[in-house]
Design a protein around this ligand. Structure first.
Ligand code: SF4
Length: 60
């Protein structure tokens, strides 16, 4: 199960790389998961986003 932990700094990198998976929460200014990756494309985008998070806030 993909989730974003509290160390997220809201840089939006994951939102740009995997917009089907992540969204910036307008209340907390942190990323949130809007959909678990299912298709091969979503899984690929998710992996790039996870690897690109500067603070390691994306967990699965
Ligand atoms: S890339 Fe990491 S720090 Fe940036 S918004 Fe996504 S989860 Fe937060």
């Amino acid at each position: 199960m993909v989730k974003v932990n509290d160390s997220c700094i809201g840089c939006a990198t994951c939102v740009h790389l995997a917009p089907e998976i992540f969204e910036l929460d307008s209340a907390t200014f942190k990323a949130k998961v809007i959909k678990q990756p299912e298709t091969d494309q979503e899984k690929a985008n998710y992996q790039v986003a996870k690897d690109s998070c500067p603070v390691g806030a994306i967990e699965d």
